[in-house]
Ligand binder design. Structure first.
Ligand code: GCW
Length: 725
């Protein structure tokens, strides 16, 4: 039957509406992150969701529950394409009941006691069940914040098109402290920030509250992040003055409903700088009184203030050693000040002694292990994931497992200072997963790093850029950080899968290729920057681009110090014949790293000085294997480009072109890294490049003389782009 012209007109209009891709309805500018709530594309799933969620029952209007309700209302409207009414009681099939036993009589009457016990203070229960004969889904928790986390989780299930039938889960965070550390300065700049300026508008606070603050808090709550250090560890004491504390309090007010506590960095010399005292000696009674009073003052304006983060005696920061006191003396001073209020002190183990040590990577272990047991119980030692400095790959930090009487937390960089900053696609979950799961053997097999820590801090990658993180794929690292902080047993693949579905599409033709790209990306960076256990080979200062020749200044901040390249070979001997850094690891890890036949290739040159022509496990010589790895890094980026290009019709044009352009930069810069590094190593090895090896575009001197633009936030070298390949 032919439709009547009138019907045909209606019909084509309908098709037109349905066919309009989301991008024409709102810019794909990245602002919404993974909280996009676009209509569920799969018709059967959509029907299932619509049938199973017909009303929203929230009994209380407390701020956190209001946040949960608002998120569900907005999320369901977007996902289901229609409004789900908010009701006071369960009145039909498909009720979504949300609350705590204390806030909701319906929830209190449900048989959830065991599940709620498992959920603990921050976790949640999601279950499909019957309430007075009606089909319902309940999101329950012991505390309001758990309900909020559960609401986000339920939305995530819908966003990833999970089935709702027989829904029954309990989720609780494995770590208590899940923090983002901002290296934000009070002047609005962000140290190692590649996504614009600081989000915190100090000059306008407390009167003007930027709407981004609550969107920032929502994003954090959606992945369970529960604290934020607002200020740079290279600290400014100004933040502790009354004028700034009211600004901090204003931010804390915005964040509070989202379960996000505020922390500040404490400059150790603050008693002198803003307190007018002659000393900051931690054992001085005047100093102790000053910090106690300062803590009282802070808690008066921010009653749930989390505590202090401190970088002391490192890279020029003041600290207790200025007074011949120990790190424990310093940490305990602040710990005593915040203890009456329930606050904590996170004391960083990233220390630099004033003289150049025999091996830079041993310093934290040597300084802190003897202090085990000397810290107050509200001190956590914050340890970078590896003993050097957020490199693309390092062995796990030997402090993990080595201070059994001291709570530790792990610090990672979500911002990619050493992994291509804003532009390179590098999904960091595999890096973090590798560290979490590393077995320290400190207390026998199964003593993983994850088991040795009580919290995690990620150096934030967010700023004022519209997309928050400087690129579409950098958002995945914020997301993955939160997800792993909540549950470090999640696999990188599972996290990538969720993020892609929430951010791009549930279409398997998109999910599969994107997941493959993301999972390969970190290893690609390792390969083209610092393969086989090399580290710290980047340009000085801005740390962007290769600089294996960097020398001069403080030796243990130079590339040559770490590579130990010479005519014999490459790599830092950290066995007993060298610095013996392996001694800081428990047996059998120590032996595993120390022996050439058991050290993993991925860490070979971290622990061993290897002859250029020595054979590795692969049967290839070091030289051959190096060349292969650098090339593999470049090849993987090219494969990522092809994979992405294949998605042109599956991804909206805006994001497609943005990512495509960044991958072009990444490919050129991967070649830059490969060529500069290979030529530099060749000046020691004097070995030839095989005839079929892709020839470097320029001689070594060209790379050495390359000067990047002065803008430290965008130190890209246009010259390396060359002709696209
Ligand atoms: O990786 C280095 C960075 C510094 C940083 C330091 C640290 C905040 O280059 O910018 O300072 O680590 O972690 O303290």
């Amino acid at each position: 039957m032919r439709p009547s012209p009138r019907l045909a007109f209606r019909f084509s209009w309908l098709v037109w509406v349905v066919a309009v891709p989301p991008r024409t309805r709102g810019a794909e500018d990245g602002y919404d992150l993974w909280l996009r709530y676009r209509p569920v594309a799969d018709a059967a799933r959509l029907a299932e969701y619509r049938a199973n969620i017909t009303q929203l029952v929230v009994a209380s209007d407390a701020p956190t529950l209001r946040a949960a309700r608002n998120e569900l209302v907005a999320g369901l409207r977007g996902l289901l394409g229609r409004d789900v009414p908010v009701a006071g009681a369960v009145s039909r099939d498909g009720a979504l009941v949300v609350g705590t036993p204390a806030s909701s009589r319906v929830v209190a009457a449900l048989p959830l006691a065991d599940a709620l016990r498992q959920a603990g203070p921050e976790g949640f229960v999601i279950r499909a069940l019957a309430i007075r004969g009606r089909r319902a889904i309940v999101v329950a928790a012991n505390r309001d914040v758990g309900v909020l986390y559960g609401a986000f989780h339920l939305l995530r299930l819908l966003q990833t098109q999970a089935p709702l039938a027989e829904l029954s889960l309990v989720s609780a965070p494995r770590l208590g402290l899940r923090l983002l550390d901002h290296w934000d300065n009070v002047n609005g700049t962000v140290e190692r920030g590649y996504a614009g300026a600081s989000l915190w508008e100090w000059a306008r606070l407390p009167d003007s509250i930027n709407p981004r603050y609550s969107d920032y808090a929502r994003a954090n709550a959606s992945v369970g992040i529960n604290g934020v250090v607002l200020t740079n560890v290279n600290a400014n004491a100004l933040i502790l003055t009354p004028a700034y504390l009211v600004k901090v309090a204003a931010l804390a007010r915005v964040f509070r409903p989202y379960g996000l506590k505020v922390y500040l960095t404490a400059r150790f010399s603050a008693p002198i700088e803003i307190g007018g005292l002659p000393t900051a000696d931690p054992l001085d009674s005047g100093v102790r009184g000053w910090w106690a009073a300062k803590a009282d003052e802070i808690y008066r304006v921010i009653p749930d203030f989390g505590g202090f983060l401190v970088k002391a005696n490192s890279e020029g920061q003041p600290g207790p050693q200025d007074y011949h006191r120990t790190h424990a003396d310093g940490a305990n001073l602040l710990a005593d000040a915040v203890a009456p209020h329930g606050g904590v002190v996170m004391w960083r183990a990233f220390v630099y002694s004033s003289h150049v040590p025999t091996d830079r990577v041993m310093q934290a272990g040597d300084e802190f292990v003897p202090l085990d047991g000397a810290f107050r119980s509200n001190v956590l030692i914050q340890v970078k994931h590896g003993p050097l400095d957020f490199q693309p790959r390092e062995p796990f930090h030997p402090l993990f497992g080595a201070m059994p009487r001291t709570p530790l937390m792990m610090e990672v960089q979500v911002t990619k200072e050493y992994l291509g900053q804003d532009s390179h696609l590098a999904f960091l979950a595999p890096l973090w997963e590798e560290v979490f799961q590393a077995d320290t053997y400190a207390h026998g097999p199964g003593s993983t790093v994850a088991n040795a820590i009580q919290g995690i801090a990620g150096v934030a990658n967010v700023g004022t850029d519209r997309d928050w993180t400087g690129s579409d794929f950098n958002q995945a690292n914020w997301y993955a950080f939160g997800r792993l902080a909540w549950d470090h047993m999640l696999s990188s693949a599972a996290i990538a899968d969720e993020w892609i579905r929430m951010t791009f599409s549930n279409d398997p033709r998109v999910v599969g290729p994107l997941e493959a790209m993301m999972l390969a990306s970190r290893e690609a960076v390792v390969n083209y920057m610092t393969p086989l256990g090399l580290a710290h080979q980047m340009a000085r200062g801005h740390h962007y681009g290769p600089g294996p020749w960097v020398t001069g200044g403080r030796a243990d901040q130079t590339s040559v110090y770490f590579s130990r390249a010479d005519s014999v070979g490459l790599g830092f001997d950290r066995t007993a014949s060298g610095s013996n850094a392996v001694r800081q690891y428990a047996l059998p890890v120590r032996h595993r790293f120390a022996r050439r036949d058991s050290v993993p290739d991925a860490l070979l040159l971290w622990f061993h000085h290897v002859g250029w022509s020595e054979r590795l496990r692969s049967g290839r010589t070091l030289w051959e294997e190096l060349l292969r790895r650098y090339q593999a890094g470049v090849d993987t980026v090219r494969w990522m480009q092809r994979t992405w290009n294949g998605l042109e019709h599956q991804v909206d044009g805006e994001r497609f072109h943005r990512v495509q352009a960044l991958l072009r930069i990444q490919e050129a810069e991967a070649r830059w890294w490969r060529d500069a590094s290979v030529l530099y190593w060749q000046s020691f090895s004097h070995l030839p490049l095989p005839p079929d090896y892709e020839a470097p575009a320029h001689p070594l001197d060209w790379y050495r003389q390359l000067r990047c633009p002065a803008d430290l936030r965008r130190p890209r070298c246009d010259a390396v782009m060359g002709a696209p390949k």
